[in-house]
Design a protein around this ligand. Sequence first.
Ligand code: AMP
Length: 279
Amino acid sequence: MKICKTISEMRAECRAARREGTRLGFVPTMGALHEGHLSLVRAAKGACDVVAASIFVNPAQFGPTEDLSKYPRTFDRDCELLEKENVDLVFAPSVEEMYPAGAMTWVTVEGLSDKLDGHSRPGHFRGVTTIVAKLFHAVEPDAAFFGQKDAAQVAIIRRMVRDLNFAVEIIACPIVREADGLAMSSRNAYLDPEQRRAALVLHRALMRMKKMWEGGERSTRKLIEAGRDEVGKEKSVRIDYVEVVDPDSLDAVENVRAGALVAVAAFLGTTRLIDNIQL
Ligand code: AMP
């Protein structure tokens, strides 16, 4: 497994791999890898000849009061895990490499970047789309693999790829959960045992909403009320949002049809967790 630290080195390695007529798959991550990330790597290995992953904690997607400095960094362990999965190339650039001094260009998907998490995390998706565009330029992948866990991110990246004519196929992979239902996340490491228990309420709320929908309820308002009621049962959990939206436009839907995205975000102490299901 080759580890590249600079854009020019990564681009050269990726171009060399692709010249041989191989299909190059790419998995962007911020490290602190868990089974969710590894499921993307396995999907990429299954669909592509050569697989590249990136490990980069992207400052541009963190707000001024968010957890950038304490975000878990486990580089050596991450590389061991990627090597076990037979990843071919790892891109692990420095912040200075990705954001040269004086950079003033941003990629923003206007009209989507302020929905869902973008509403409560202003600037977050602008940071995501900017770094993903830059990573795509370094790697030039044929296919890129993202987790459905970040459903709004998938919608926004698909739109960016379409609008900017990136020659990359975006593949969304299912959410990987702990045995008790909690969606895997690098941020779960912040939870103390009591918060870890309380965090299950996110999944319970989604399941309650899904069950209501399966029982014939089509009113967004009623589903959201039930979701909020369920989360509210854990007094220590503070709701950020409970929404039912179209998975592409991220707009609220009136009558909830199959395929609608049910998404929740909540704070446990200072830790913000998200989860979703598609009906
Ligand atoms: P991150 O390191 O948090 O930026 O995540 C990197 C990629 O892994 C993103 O595409 C995430 O959506 C995906 N991911 C994170 N957690 C999970 C999970 N539990 N299941 C599936 N994909 C995930």
